[in-house]
Design a binder for this molecule. Structure first.
Ligand code: ATP
Ligand code: MG
Length: 423
């Protein structure tokens, strides 16, 4: 036998047993963005590598070690997109969507990062993201947070997800703080983990979210960025907090929340759950007021978030939330050539009249006993039975599969009336 070919490690098939949950999650997301009147944007999966180097940042985990980069046949360096914000900004600049106007956009699709696969962490994963351009905030920051809160509510998981917020200030405040932080950490350099030692030069802020125990202990006494904010960012942050309070959105200020991408400033936030082990961040976002300009556009304030769909799906599965997966409703059996043709005509007629009805036509022959067994297994509540004589007469056998009632004979018209009641 030929050797079977396996999928790439960390890249998952979504099988029929999973797709109902995915469809449920995706449809709730579509409802959500619709109710906030965001517009969808779809960008290619492949972009030039430079886009991510210039936006996400050279010294980030994503660009340093997680990106799928390859050379095109003509020698250009291309990357499978590791995230969606840079792509949205690239497209926005390229097509003049951002200049001198305000935009609220959303996207959903696969992203790629070469990470160690584990529960909630994959090499191909999916993100839903929202981005708003041309708004200074903090009102729009709050809208981003409200969207998350509304989505949790629609899944009935508001009590399972916690909001953490922080402010990164402006570039100058961050630069000043970096100095203070590096000074503090340099005094403890021996106790830092290897990654953090390296980041002391390349990306000191990232040390704040080191998972290493020793490093974390040192960080407890480290100076906090939130105490070194510029006046405007501090004001922005205090309005944000006040409004969240007024709107009844609970949050924790987490001074070590820095996010792993370079482009963030001011507000950053994460929605975190304790139900998914160490992959607990379901949604992460913040402001990135400099990015549009950094990628060649005009200065444009911006804010957005990205949500990991796999983590959301895991959460929905682990909480056994009803995703409304439904069986076939009507199963049509037929015996003989004329009856089979009649069955296909009849099922098309049903679909014509009732577009939401789930109708399955028996295919592949076999006697009625075998066909009715299939009908039962399909989960359908109603079986239609068409033999040679029914094919001639234009009336059909009708059998309720989940009720103890005798089989009846109905005309086409009567059948449509029955279906109108059940569909
Ligand atoms: P983490 O700290 O978990 O690595 P991150 O900071 O790299 O996350 P972002 O780049 O902000 O994550 O992406 C936003 C969201 O996308 C994450 O909160 C998570 O839900 C999801 N996500 C990121 N990387 C992966 C991955 N490899 N597999 C599955 N989901 C992911
Ligand atoms: Mg990551």
């Amino acid at each position: 036998m030929a050797k079977t070919i396996q999928a790439i490690r960390g890249m998952n098939d979504c099988l029929p047993s999973n797709t109902p949950t995915w469809q449920f999650v995706e449809s709730r997301i579509r409802q959500l963005v619709n109710s906030y009147h965001y517009q969808e944007i779809r960008t290619p999966i492949v972009e030039s590598t430079d886009l991510f180097k210039r936006s996400v940042g050279e010294a980030t985990d994503i660009v340093e070690k997680e990106m799928y980069v390859f050379e095109d046949r003509n020698g250009d360096s291309l990357a499978l997109r590791p995230e969606g914000t840079a792509c949205a900004v690239r497209a926005g600049n390229q097509h003049g969507l951002l200049y001198n106007q305000q935009r609220r956009l959303w996207y959903m699709g696969p992203m790629f990062r070469h990470e160690r696969p584990q529960k909630g962490r994959y090499r191909q994963f999916h993100q839903f993201g929202a981005e708003a351009f041309g708004y200074q905030g903090p009102d729009i920051d709050i809208e981003m947070i409200l969207m998350g809160a509304r989505l949790w509510k629609s899944f009935g998981i508001s009590d399972k997800v916690e909001l953490q917020i922080n402010s990164l200030g402006n570039a100058e405040a961050r630069a000043n703080y970096k100095k203070v932080l590096v000074e503090f950490l340099s005094a403890h350099i021996e106790s830092l983990d290897e990654d953090s030692k390296r980041r002391l030069d390349t990306n000191p802020l990232r040390i704040l979210d080191s998972k290493d125990k020793n490093t974390q202990e040192i960080l407890v006494n480290a100076p906090k960025l939130i105490d070194h904010l510029d006046t405007e960012s501090a004001e922005h942050f205090s309005i944000l907090c006040e409004r969240l309070d007024a709107l009844g959105i609970e949050y924790t200020v987490n001074p070590s929340l820095v996010r792993g991408l370079d482009y963030y400033n001011r507000t950053v936030f994460e929605w975190v759950t304790s139900l998914l082990g160490s992959q607990g961040t379901i949604c992460a976002g913040g402001r990135y007021d400099g990015l549009v300009q950094q990628l060649g556009g005009r200065e444009t304030p911006a804010v957005g978030f990205a949500m990991g769909i796999e983590r959301l799906v895991l959460l929905v599965e682990s909480l056994e939330i009803d995703v409304g997966e439904s069986d076939a409703q009507v199963y049509v059996t037929a015996l003989g050539t004329a009856a089979e043709l009649k069955a296909q005509e009849l099922t098309e007629l049903m679909r014509e009249h009732f577009s939401f009805l789930k109708v399955q036509t028996h295919c592949g022959g076999g006697n009625f006993k075998k066909q009715l067994k299939k009908a039962d297994a399909s989960g359908a509540m109603l079986a239609i039975i068409i033999g040679e004589s029914e094919a001639q007469s234009g009336s059909f056998g009708l059998k309720w599969l989940r009720k103890d009632l005798p089989q009846e004979t109905v005309t086409e018209q009567e059948l449509l009336e029955v279906l109108a009641e059940v569909s």
